[in-house]
Design a protein around this ligand. Structure first.
Ligand SMILES: *[C@@H]1O[C@H](CO)[C@@H](O)[C@H](O)[C@H]1NC(C)=O
Ligand SMILES: *[C@@H]1O[C@H](CO)[C@@H](O)[C@H](O)[C@H]1NC(C)=O
Ligand SMILES: CC(=O)N[C@H]1CO[C@H](CO)[C@@H](O)[C@@H]1O
Length: 608
């Protein structure tokens, strides 16, 4: 009897392994779309995008096949760093609209089934935030809300010297003297962005209140900004010098061992994850998520998923910046295959991959990889599996606008430098207004002057034109967001292989489901490749999607052995037979067989 029970349990367990569809949570298969509100849509003609503008354009996200959007900061701010310097975490910046506009945005998004994620900037506030003003005035409640330091005694007499050699990400010293408090305060970004002190539990608690406030408003989570900068060492020692960058004011001049990626960071992330999970428990509804921004190495990034012991969970989506940091237009197919595998290999088992191709801090895909590779990158983004993250405009191939004069330059990372070198530092080229159509200001605004100039190429390159064309980047993007709803793309595993210097492919397969092969040619020459290295494919494959410039069309049959692929082409193929050849058609039957054999074996062992 005991043995029989054991056999039944065993059988049950084995059967459950064969279940071919995992129950994925909404965020695990969604395309996230980053909106840069200042440049998305202006509704009141002041040349600056706003919330009403976003609400009026949400249909576009729906049409593109996007499921959620994260908005760069919309909170009250003196706009020194375009909203990344927040002076009130709980109210909306006037030029973006009102709290009512925000509620309307949430309501419209809900109607369309699009989830709103907000940018959360915990590292620092604005120097105009009430907390900082009170901290500077030594109000006892706020006295330790920021990182204050007396500095080092000055051998020549006079005001103390800066505490150490730390520099700001945006160039120059990370310390600014406060005449009022007669102390230095730390700022890892501009001097108008004083760093909050997370060693003070009151700060953590206040910021948790901020999260709860917006969750109650109906947002589905947060994209957490510059998270790895949250803590600095307590003894404020000098950072070691990197001889390759001789300019002592430049961020590259130091190795940042004491100001980023400290162990303490993760604990706060795990606490905020608990907060999100608790919120769901208390208030019901779907999972609220956290996406974290940290430009760090693999060991550090992976710890955002969970702690080393696997006992605490953190970020649902620790941004995968490998496509930005490790690859560019010169990368070969082997580089791509290696980089894709790198993330998959480092990621702890059971977690969800994500792919970030661009954002408001980096050159656009078309400018980093070349306009010829826009479709290739969108193909990867949407078929590699897990979460895809698109920066607004990339869905139809917007390019950087590099011709912005010193006078028109807005980005503090550039304005902090000088007219000779600013272009090297400026993030304005990827932040220019969204190109909706070929009317005035690309349909972005009716103003005579927009906050950043509109790229003059909008006359030809705009969303409307791409919607009207028979083949376009945008139409291909739509095709891909539809295709990725297939259960193989959602749940299947991935095998990636470089087939030549410029051509690589990956197979997506899942037991009892269609197999897909994605083939990408990054090079300027047509090639013939064999897909035989993927041993599970049949001899004939069928095209299910092809890039707009492809020689192929949906339904074309191709040979696995000898596949012609045009320059810069991306195609998606499926087995003609439409059923995975290695999977058993009757998983349950097999398991029944195995377990009866086991049972027989046990019975024999027990000498029944
Ligand atoms: C990341 O950096 C840390 C500290 O510099 C180092 O100990 C670790 O080995 C690095 N990990 C990887 C994957 O490079
Ligand atoms: C760059 O911008 C200036 C005006 O700001 C314009 O006169 C010039 O033609 C532009 N150059 C290019 C290459 O677009
Ligand atoms: C990479 C980076 O610095 N991203 C953001 C980090 O925070 C600063 C200041 O808040 C922003 O300016 C960046 O966009």
């Amino acid at each position: 009897m005991r043995i029989l029970l054991l056999a039944v349990i065993l059988n049950w367990n084995l059967l459950s392994i064969c279940g071919d569809e995992e129950n994925k949570d909404w965020w695990q298969t969604t395309v996230f779309y980053q909106i840069y509100p200042r440049s998305f849509q202006d509704s009141n003609g002041d040349g600056i995008g706003d919330l009403k503008g976003i609400t009026s354009r949400l249909d576009h996200l729906k049409e593109a096949g996007v499921g959620a959007t994260w908005l760069s900061p919309i909170f009250k701010s003196p706009m020194v760093d375009f909203g990344y310097d927040i002076s009130d975490y709980l109210s909306i910046q006037e030029e973006y609209g009102t709290m009512e506009d925000f509620d309307e945005l949430i309501a419209k998004a809900k109607e369309l089934g699009i989830k709103i994620i907000l940018d959360f900037v915990p590292n620092h506030s604005s120097d105009k935030h009430e907390w900082f003003i009170k901290s500077e005035a030594k109000d006892p409640e706020y006295i330790d809300f920021y990182i204050w330091h007396d500095g080092k005694p000055n051998p020549d007499g006079g005001r103390n010297l800066e505490p150490n050699n730390w520099v700001s990400v945006f160039y120059g010293s990370a310390w600014t003297w406060s005449d009022k408090r007669q102390q230095y305060y730390l700022h890892q970004f501009t001097k108008q962005q004083p760093d909050l002190n997370y060693r003070n539990p009151k700060v953590v608690e206040r910021m948790s209140d901020v999260l709860r406030f917006w969750l109650k408003k109906g947002v589905y989570g947060f994209r957490v900004d510059a998270i790895n900068h949250l803590f600095e060492v307590e003894d404020f020692i000098d950072e070691p010098v990197n001889a390759f960058d001789p300019d002592p004011k430049s961020y590259g001049h130091l190795f940042h061992y004491y100001t980023v990626d400290l162990n303490e960071v993760y604990d706060v992330v795990y606490q905020w994850r608990d907060l999100l999970d608790d919120f769901k428990k208390t208030h019901g509804g779907e999972t609220r998520i956290m996406m974290t921004e940290a430009y760090a190495n693999m060991s550090f990034v992976m710890r955002y998923y969970e702690n080393d012991e696997g006992t605490r969970k953190g970020s649902h989506i620790p941004f995968n910046f490998l496509m930005i940091s490790d690859l560019n237009g010169d990368s070969t197919a082997r580089d791509f295959a290696h980089t894709i595998s790198k993330w998959m290999n480092y990621m702890p088992v059971g977690f969800t991959a994500n792919w970030v191709m661009g954002n408001h801090d980096n050159s656009r895909v078309a400018s980093r990889y070349g306009v010829e590779r826009i479709d290739a990158l969108n193909t990867m983004l949407l078929t590699l599996g897990g979460v895809g993250i698109t920066y607004n405009g990339e869905e139809f191939g917007m390019v950087d606008y590099k011709n912005i004069s010193w006078k028109d330059t807005q980005d503090p990372a550039a304005c902090n430098t000088n007219p000779d070198v600013y272009q090297k530092y400026s993030r304005d080229p990827e932040r220019t207004p969204f190109q909706w159509d070929n009317t005035k200001n690309a349909g972005f605004s009716t103003a005579d002057k927009t906050w950043l100039p509109v790229n003059p190429n909008y006359v030809d390159l705009n969303l409307k034109a791409e919607k009207e064309a028979e083949h376009s980047h945008f139409k291909f993007y739509q095709k891909l967001t539809k295709l990725r709803q297939h259960k193989t793309f959602q749940n299947g595993n991935i095998k990636v292989q470089a087939l030549s210097k410029y051509v690589f492919a990956f197979v997506r397969e899942l037991r009892d489901s269609d197999t897909f092969v994605v083939v990408i040619n990054l090079g300027a020459n047509a090639e013939e490749v064999s897909l035989k290295p993927f041993k599970t494919l049949h001899d004939k494959l069928k095209v299910v999607a092809a890039a707009p410039t492809s020689q192929y069309h949906e339904g074309d049959e191709v040979s696995t052995d000898d596949l012609k692929i045009g320059q810069y082409d991306s195609i998606i193929l499926t087995d003609v037979n439409h059923i995975n050849n290695f999977a058993s058609k009757c998983c349950g039957c097999n398991m029944l067989l195995i377990s009866s054999m086991l049972l027989a074996w046990m019975l024999a062992l027990n000498n029944f």
